[in-house]
Design a binder for this molecule. Structure first.
Ligand code: ATP
Ligand code: MG
Length: 569
């Protein structure tokens, strides 16, 4: 287990989720010799997303809490879509989330074993080779209330099935021309029992087994058997597999040579507002260049969230908050952002950054003079200490912190009004300069030398209504700042199912701001370091950043829309 262990929040500790209840009971009753073994079974056909993080927290988390073991098993049964790039990224992301596996397995490790079992199926009259097309097979499926039609090949002799399956295996049959089907019950009310396909022919090299195999097992057959081979006790997955469970059990029952049985349990998958979670569609976004890659900070992938500035703790805390149930629903993405703010508020170094700079000149401050001001690193955590920041006659401030004709409640810089410059002096605005188009180019103010922050004088404690941040023109760095918004425009993508998801993309999901001014202490910031840009939001250093060209991502703004939602309830 890596050091950021999965510690449940106080709230979550109070009640067990329904799978924890099952596990506790099973362990108490001594089921499976009081063993707990889970697995996380990703298909390496894409990068992990926040939905997988929910499954990971369950599979690894529950094993950890009850002294069990969780293995990582790559469900690599479809070589066409799979790749080692995905295998590597999945392992990296699980580690980053704070988990580690007991053993590393691949479904492809069992290809021979699974094939041998299929042969046994054929010999026992429980499987046959069907030569119909996929369309024909689909047409014969029937409906839940109308029984299906039996394939004309269903009752061919065992020897013929053996011979044909061998031919399929030897690469003598074209893709799509034959499949191996289990012979179960074409009239079963459970559609999954209507002679499910066990093997299909795929002529594509596999990322581990190369061109050895021409036939590949289907999920329903391979998954349960793999669980059985490994000794999984609790095979936990999402609700859409509930209807597959009887078939999962049936396949195992055909082979099991002991009392031991893995059992499948299902929980609700994560759906998030404004978020698309299908790996297939996420791959399309990447391939078509609609985002900058799997780790684009707008992507719901684990690597995208990491690059955006999410912390593993914020994701785990979020998963704890939403919990596990038996009902599908939609979670407000604001709750994820709330968990992130909570974590970053406690951890992020505060710094000063001006995203839309305009110059403020303190007309009564000596030119050429500089002072070091003391700035707290994190007011939430005094152990983080403080740093010095340079103060001077000319400063960068945010353009919208000045207004020439301001409404009454504008407590920032407007002629005649006083504000405090964070960690420095109180200044009084005396006017501005404009260019020929009327655009403000400089703002003027006078400072009050007696009001220096932290000096202890009575004047220094004087209260004014507004505080604004600033960066000295004598000591700063230029930076590019990438502002992100939701990738999609509508909360529930399923509501616009008829539309192409590309039409639902938010055209303003990325705004790049150049020429931002940040305090000089950021020269030593490393990729992915977290900061709070005071008064603006949480930001991190993008991996594209170099000492010559600093680049920051806006992780999340300071405003918390979730707290508002919660308060209304
Ligand atoms: P996708 O539909 O996005 O391609 P998948 O289910 O095909 O995802 P797998 O690699 O098969 O992806 O998933 C591995 C595990 O993660 C499975 O146990 C699956 O149930 C779980 N999982 C996938 N998506 C979610 C989700 N949105 N919420 C919770 N668990 C999920
Ligand atoms: Mg899947």
């Amino acid at each position: 287990m890596s050091e950021n262990s999965n510690i449940k929040t106080e709230d979550a500790k109070k009640s067990l989720n329904f799978i924890e209840v099952i596990v506790e009971n099973d362990l108490k009753e001594g089921k499976n010799g009081s063993r707990l073994q889970t697995r996380f079974p990703p298909e390496p056909n894409g990068y992990l997303h926040i939905g997988h993080a929910k499954a990971i927290c369950m599979d690894f988390g529950i094993a950890q809490r009850y002294g069990g073991i969780c293995n990582l098993r790559f469900d690599d049964t479809n070589p066409v879509k799979e790749d080692v790039e995905y295998v590597d990224s999945i392992m990296e992301d699980i580690h980053w989330l704070g988990f580690d596996w007991g053993n590393l397995y691949y479904a492809s490790d069992y290809f021979q074993q699974l094939w041998d079992l299929a042969v046994r199926f054929i010999k026992e009259g429980k499987a046959y080779v069907d030569e119909q097309s996929a369309e024909q097979i689909a047409q014969q499926k029937g409906t839940p209330t109308v029984p299906g039609t039996e394939s004309p090949y269903r009752n061919r002799p065992m020897e013929e099935n053996m011979e044909l399956f061998q031919k399929m295996t030897d690469g003598e049959i074209e893709e799509g021309k034959m499949v191996l089907r289990a012979k179960i019950d074409m009239a079963s009310p459970n559609m999954h029992f209507r002679d499910p396909i066990m093997y299909r022919i795929i002529n594509h090299p596999h990322h581990r087994t190369g061109t050895t195999w021409k036939v590949y097992p289907m999920y329903d057959y391979a998954h349960g058997q793999s669980d059985y081979f490994e000794g999984v006790t609790h095979s936990i997955c999402t609700l859409e597999f509930e209807v597959h469970r009887p078939l999962y059990d049936w396949f195992i029952d055909q082979f099991a040579n002991s009392d031991y049985r893995p059992r499948q349990f299902e929980f609700n998958r994560l759906n998030l507002t404004y978020t698309m979670m299908s790996k297939r569609k996420l791959l399309q976004l990447v391939k078509e260049g609609l985002v900058r890659g799997w780790d684009d900070p707008r992507m719901p992938t684990v690597c995208g969230l990491r690059r955006r500035g999410y912390t593993p703790e914020s994701i785990r805390n979020f998963v704890d908050k939403i919990g596990y149930t038996k009902y599908d629903g939609m979670i407000d993405v604001a709750l994820l952002e709330h968990s992130l703010r909570e974590d970053l508020n406690a951890k992020a170094q505060r710094v000063s950054a001006v995203l839309d700079p305009i110059k403020l000149v303190l007309t009564n401050y000596e030119g050429g003079k500089t002072e070091k001001m003391i700035a707290e690193n994190n007011p939430e955590d005094s152990s983080k200490g403080s740093r010095e920041v340079t103060f001077s006659r000319e400063l960068f401030i945010e353009r919208d912190d000045f207004m020439e004709d301001a409404p009454k409640k504008y407590f920032r810089l407007t002629p005649g009004n006083e504000v405090r410059l964070k960690n420095a002096y109180i200044v009084k605005c005396i006017g501005c300069k404009k260019d020929e188009n009327g655009l403000v180019t400089e703002v003027y103010a006078e400072y009050d030398a007696l009001t220096k922050s932290g000096s202890g004088s009575e004047e220094s404690n004087r209260k004014v209504k507004g505080t604004i941040h600033w960066v000295s023109t004598e000591d700063y760095l230029d930076a590019e700042v990438r502002l992100y918004d939701r990738l999609f425009q509508i909360p529930d993508l399923d509501e616009e199912k008829d539309k192409d998801f590309r039409e639902l993309l938010n055209p303003d999901s990325l705004v790049v701001k150049a020429g931002c001014k940040v305090e000089a202490s950021l020269a030593t910031a490393k990729a992915l370091d977290h900061f709070q840009f005071q008064r603006i939001g949480y930001f991190n250093v993008d991996p594209d950043s170099t000492p010559d060209k600093l680049i920051f991502n806006r992780t999340v703004s300071l405003k918390d829309s979730w707290s508002k939602v919660k308060d209304k309830k």
